[in-house]
Structures are given as C-alpha cells and as structure tokens.
Design a protein around this ligand. Structure first.
Ligand code: AMP
Length: 407
C-alpha cells in the first residue's frame, strides 16, 4: 500500500512516501521555514538526486500543496494522481492518556488531539494543522494518527506517577508520558530479530540521542520506564532542553532574574542543554570539533551529556534487574563513536564492554554490533526509522477499515 507519512513541526513539514508491500521509500522531503520570507524545499525521490529550492510557503496547507504538486510534476511523475496514495499517517507527539495505539482520525480523535494541546502546547498544534492540511488535499483516504506517547502506555504507576499530591494526577493527568515511542519501539524490534532469546525474557535499554534525546527501559517488549516525562523537557540533557533539574532552580531564577514565566519556558526549552552549557552550539558535531580544539565548556557539555546517559543505563539496569542490550540510535547515537564510548565507559561491573575498533568502524545507516564478544550485554547501533513504523501502522489500520466499517 502506498502511504504518505507526514510529520509537522511549527514551521516545517517532513514527508515520506512509503510502499508498505516491501517497506521501500518512494520519495521523501522536507519543507522548512514555513511562513518566513523564503522557505526551503527539499525533495528526494528514491534513486535520484535530491533537489533544493527556495520558495514562498505561507502555511501548512500550502506546504502540502507543494508536496502534492511535486509528486505529480509531469516532468518527473512519482504518482499519477492523488488517488494513488491509499492512506496518510501522521506523527502526533502527545496522545495524552487516551491513545494507547494508533487510530484512524475522525471528529472525535481530532477533538481529543486538540484537548491534548494543553499537555503539548509546542507540538500538538502543528501536528493538528498538518492533519487538517493533508485532509484538505487528500479527503478520500483514511488518515491515521500515530502517537509518540503510545508505546509508553505500559509504564507501571510507580514509574509514571510523580511525588506530588495525587489529586493533580486525577484532576489534570499530570504524570510521566514519555516520547520518541515509535523510535524506541522500532529499534527494539530490530534487536529482537538479531537475538535468539525470546522477547518476553529480553531486557533492552534504548538510547535515542538526537537533538531531542531519551532513554527507555524495555522489558519483555514493553516500555517500563523512560527518561522524558510529562513533557519532552525532562531526562537527558538535549540540544537546547535542560533535561532533569531540581524544580527549585525555577523559583530561584524567577526571584533572582525577575523572569516572567514564558521567558523561563524559553530558557529551559530553547537556551539550555548543550547550547546553554557550552555557550557555543546545540549541534554535537560543532561541540566535538571545538572540544578537540581545546574549548573547555564544549568539553564539559559533552561530559554532562554522556554522564547523564550513563546514569540512566545504570538506573534502568536496576529497574529491570539486568540488561541484555543497549541500543544507540538517532543523529548522535548513530554517528558519534566518541559519545557512545563515553556513555558506556567503565561499566564492566554491569558486564558492559565496548569494542573500540567496532565502535569506530560503524558504517552509516547499518545495524552494527559494537560490544566485545565477551560482553554480557550486547551494544548495537541501530538506525531508527520512525516513518516506517508510522507507515506500517497506517497501512494496517487502513486495510482493516476497508474491510469493516466498524473498525
Ligand atoms: P537528529 O535530531 O536525530 O537529527 O540528530 C541531530 C543531532 O545529531 C545533532 O546534534 C547533530 O550534531 C548530531 N549528529 C549528526 N551527525 C553527527 C556526527 N557525525 N557526529 C556527531 N554528531 C552528529
């Protein structure tokens, strides 16, 4: 089935056209800086050279129109007509407590995603705009929402409840939700294909290290704890997000700096993390280069980033009473041997031993084992593919919907 996968940010639309009969990428692309004077439009049809243009794209509806026009461009047709696309899958960041699985989008689902805006004010509004824009351009096919939070619905109460009065959970659903669920799900499933151990007995720690970063403990195929929480702000130190901090720091800063609340929000979400620590960059490549040139603050930012990953590995090994495999994925996890090495250094007590040569020799885009053969815990680099998970879920739901109007 030909499925269009859409992932909308506040000023961007990422798309991926996937044929689910053989899981192949047909065409993908990215429109950035939507609403700015010039937007950047990239298209990458499989097996062809990518194109990059500057255009004026005012909103998400125009972005979807640009994507459809490109796919049907008579000079390089990728599809003949919109009806070639059989379903559309949408990444939705926050499904609240309501959505434990992906669902076909109808009025009720749209309402529920809207209600979850309260929980994810930065993410759910652009996701909704993307859904509405895609429905305008492709009104006659099923649209499916795939939630970043869904995989973490298996967390037990001791992992998802915070130590605040319980009525705030009952009244406002304040709890740990967790994010990057499709990525943690995907890489763990890739690992299960490599091991003989039955899934029910397998304990995995998955480290999604990109600009946003999170670690998840997966026991018997289910997420049992994860580092992101009520929002994607907690847990690891990230590109620009602070990760876990003592909440008292916020009261202290409000008092000392006379910070209004929305500035505090921006400070912790957009000016902290690697960027804040280094005072230089959020991008790990830049930090590594500068640290190698002797910049002490860039080196410290890297040290804090890796130390926090190591803390979660230790903590989740305790949570699961063991760990069969540590998986690294996303931009940093897949491409930065230095970070992987620091994150798992001196963990031999837990039976975790990195093979330096294998770690350095990882081929981009490939699944590679990087632990020694003697290591009690496997360590793997597994490239993530969230779009494929969304496409497969979407095809399954669209297929079922075509067979029964009650599903
Ligand atoms: P993502 O959000 O998954 O696209 O990951 C973005 C992050 O991956 C940025 O911090 C990049 O600097 C980092 N990254 C990408 N390639 C490399 C690389 N070769 N070495 C170190 N970091 C990288």
């Amino acid at each position: 089935m030909l499925v269009l996968v859409i992932n909308c940010g506040s000023s961007s639309v990422k798309y991926d056209l996937i044929e689910t009969s053989d899981n192949s990428d047909v065409c993908k692309g990215l429109i950035e800086r939507i609403g700015a004077v010039t937007s950047i439009v990239k298209h990458e049809p499989a097996g062809q050279k990518a194109t990059k243009d500057s255009k004026n794209i005012a909103n998400h509806v125009e972005a979807l129109k640009e994507i459809m026009n490109y796919l049907m461009n008579p000079e390089n047709r990728i599809i003949e007509s919109p009806s070639d696309i059989k379903a559309v899958g949408h990444r939705v960041v926050h499904g609240g407590e309501m959505f434990k699985d992906s669902v076909q989008i109808d009025e009720k689902v749209l309402e529920a995603i809207e209600q979850a805006i309260d929980l994810a004010p930065l993410h759910n509004p652009p996701n909704l705009r993307g859904i509405q824009a895609a429905m305008e351009h492709l009104p006659n096919v099923p649209h499916v929402a795939v939630f970043d939070t869904a995989f973490h619905h298996s967390l037990p109460p001791e992992a998802y409840l915070y130590g605040i009065p319980n009525r705030f959970y009952r009244r406002y659903k304040i709890r740990r939700y967790g994010f990057h669920g499709t990525s943690h799900y995907y890489v763990s499933r890739q690992y299960y294909k490599l091991t003989d151990k039955p899934v029910e007995q397998t304990k995995v720690i998955s480290c999604h290290l990109g600009n946003g970063a999170s670690v998840t403990a997966i026991n018997g195929g289910k997420s049992v704890d994860t580092s992101m929480g009520f929002t994607p702000l907690s847990g690891l130190v990230m590109g620009t997000r602070c990760g876990d901090i003592d909440p008292s720091i916020m009261f202290y800063l409000v008092e000392k700096e006379e910070l209004p609340l929305n500035n505090l929000h921006a400070l912790l979400n957009r000016h902290s993390g690697l960027l804040g620590l280094s005072g230089y960059a959020a991008d790990m490549r830049d930090l590594i280069t500068e640290a190698q040139n002797g910049d002490r603050r860039c080196q410290q930012a890297i040290d804090v980033f890796c130390y926090r990953i190591k803390q979660f590995i230790g903590s989740y090994t305790a949570v699961m009473n063991g760990c069969d495999a540590i998986l690294f994925t996303a931009g940093i996890g897949e491409n930065a041997p230095l970070i992987r090495k620091k994150a798992v250094s001196e963990l031999s007590y837990l039976g975790i031993e990195l093979d330096d040569a294998r770690n350095e020799a990882v081929t981009r885009g490939k699944i590679e084992k990087i632990s020694t053969d003697a290591s009690r815990t496997d360590i793997y680099v597994i490239p993530t593919n969230e779009e494929l998970v969304i496409a497969i879920d979407t095809a399954k739901i669209a297929q079922a919907a075509s067979q029964s109007p009650w599903i």
